[in-house]
Design a protein around this ligand. Structure first.
Ligand code: AMP
Length: 549
């Protein structure tokens, strides 16, 4: 397919804000695409998960591709605020025309992107630039704009998963439920679209594939233990561990470990892989649990320790000894050819219990009681807190597993004044000695209209944290105004605070008093951050308690 065909669609999508129109534009397009190209086309309309090229690299590449100075690119970027548009500008004004005679195809763009992603290490920068340059200089100006945006992971066409799902359903006259069901199993809209186009009755029968992660079910927050208990006819209560959501796939001797963001972290956890091989009495299965780091006495360690292990790509053996782990299992999704997703938790838990040979302190079931009695539940909650855990999860024993959904089947109960997971949306360069670090951060809360500011976090970090944050945020700067910068919403931080106040000064309508960093949450995506409803709820609870001071 010619790349210009998809560019035309991008342009249409960018020029409407109406969701139904976007759906229809996509549906028409999907219908017109030969089935064997659909998967790629869907990938390109949804954006690539593993892209997110640094702006700095892109500026360099634009300069090289069009034979201009990087400082000019930087200036243009300040003026236009969008590297895509900057690329388009230089492409329109380029001096030499492309040497490539053939028109750019979607396959060629994909091939180069894949090649680009596979390169790493010293000396690869030059090659990477030339791979992308080849694309930028052979695309039309508008095409070049979207290639840049694809690479930096910021398409600005307003297409989220829901729209792609609905467009696939509409294009192939399938029901949204069937499309969603297939996506729940396959976690890949490209493949779902291909099935919808070629054999749509198979959408219903889509099967779990071992080694391919499923999106994890998420929890809602309950106001308190009582409310959580009252929510379900048959509740169970489990300790809520503060660690790393882990999805384990086992297929005979082959084991995969996935994070809640569906990253494959098998390499980082050879110890867990061994535990699974020895302590699971099932040939093939998918399990979930919370992995925590423990000290030499088996006590849970702060999440930071574990986070070091997750990020580590080398010296794994050493890390394994330094930071031993324990897993607390709480889910079974699939076993020996049978899909358990639609079975109630009661059955999933019973089967999980059956197939685990626990190893004390290392490979165990989550602490779990089944009661509706408030006294017993409270005792369990207090006990969980007393052993240093975060709180409890109250779960509906009658409920199914909904991949990727926060549907209220699990309710978390933690002591209030809770922390919030916020997204850094802006920052300010420091002054004097700190001129090279971003010193204070604009925190964003997730709302239906995007991330809106809810406070400035300017203290409470160590020098190390400041450096680390600066390094992570620098490539995400999208605009600079003097010392202030606008940051692409990617980094989630857990923030503690003294109080929530109503405030006309921030767009979210609320302000956090004395926000301070608890930790950077690399394990969490922006779309998993706290939402404005959480803030409203916490505000209400806080008022109910009366001011403490
Ligand atoms: P939160 O991250 O606060 O939304 O809480 C949900 C997370 O708690 C899950 O994604 C798990 O990583 C973690 N968790 C810890 N213990 C449990 C448990 N017993 N059941 C389910 N999730 C748990």
């Amino acid at each position: 397919m010619k790349y210009s065909e998809i560019v035309r669609v991008y342009d249409k999508l960018e020029h409407t804000t109406k969701k139904l129109e976007k759906r229809d534009i996509l549906a028409d397009f999907y219908k017109s695409v030969p089935p064997n190209e659909l998967s790629l086309v869907v990938k390109f309309t949804l954006g690539f998960e593993d892209l997110g090229v640094a702006n700095e690299f892109m500026k360099m590449t634009i300069a090289k591709s069009f034979g201009v100075r990087e400082s000019d690119v930087v200036k243009k970027f300040k003026e236009l605020g969008d590297l895509g548009k900057v690329t388009e500008f230089y492409s329109k004004h380029k001096r030499q025309t492309s040497l490539l005679k053939k028109e750019l195809t979607l396959e060629k763009v994909y091939k180069n992107i894949k090649e680009f992603l596979s390169m790493s290490g010293k000396g690869s920068v030059g090659k990477k630039i030339s791979i992308i340059s080849e694309l930028l200089s052979s695309a039309s100006p508008m095409g070049a704009k979207y290639i840049t945006r694809t690479l930096i992971g910021d398409m600005r066409i307003g297409v989220a998963e829901g729209i792609v799902r609905d467009a696939i359903a509409k294009a192939f006259d399938a029901s949204v439920e069937d499309v969603e069901n297939a996506y729940d199993m396959l976690t890949d809209y490209g493949e779902v679209a291909r099935i919808a186009a070629t054999n749509k009755s198979e959408l219903k029968n889509a099967k779990i594939v071992l080694g391919r992660p499923l999106r994890v079910m998420l929890a809602e927050r309950a106001k308190n233990l009582k409310e959580a208990l009252d929510a379900f006819e048959h509740p169970c209560i489990e300790t809520k561990y503060d660690g790393f959501r882990t999805q384990i796939h086992k297929d005979g001797d082959k084991v995969w470990i996935f994070s809640r963001r569906l990253e494959n972290v098998t390499k980082q956890f050879p110890d867990l892989v061994e535990l699974v091989k020895k302590h699971v009495k099932a040939k093939r299965c998918i399990l979930e649990g919370e992995t925590v780091a423990i000290d030499d006495k088996g006590r849970p360690l702060p999440f930071q320790k574990l986070s070091r292990r997750i990020q580590r790509k080398y010296d794994i053996e050493k890390m394994m000894k330094e930071i031993p782990i324990q897993i607390n299992l709480f889910e079974l999704i699939y076993i020996d050819g049978e899909n358990y997703i639609k079975k109630p938790l009661r059955e999933r838990w019973a089967m999980l219990k059956k197939i685990i040979k626990p190893l004390k302190g290392k490979f165990v079931l989550a602490e779990h009681i089944e009661t509706k009695d408030y006294k017993k539940a409270e005792e369990f909650y207090k006990w969980s807190l007393s052993v240093g855990e975060e709180g409890v999860m109250v779960k509906n024993l009658d409920a199914i597993y909904r991949p990727g959904k926060r549907v209220g089947f699990w309710l978390k109960v933690k002591p209030i004044m809770d922390t919030l997971d916020l997204v850094i949306i802006g920052a300010e360069w420091g002054t004097g000695k700190r001129a090279n670090v971003l010193g204070s951060y604009v925190l964003g809360i997730r709302t239906p209209s995007g991330f809106l500011p809810i406070g400035m976090m300017g203290s409470g970090f160590t020098d190390e944290q400041l450096k680390e944050l600066t390094e992570k945020l620098k490539p995400l700067i999208v605009e600079e105004h003097g010392r202030e910068v606008v940051i692409r919403s990617e980094i989630v931080v857990e923030v503690a605070y003294e109080e929530i106040q109503k405030s006309p000064n921030y767009e979210s309508g609320y302000a956090l008093r004395f926000p301070r960093l608890v930790r950077i949450r690399y394990d969490r995506a922006p779309n998993e951050a706290s939402v404005i409803r959480d803030v409203e709820e916490l505000y209400r609870i806080q008022r109910g308690r009366g001011k403490k001071k």
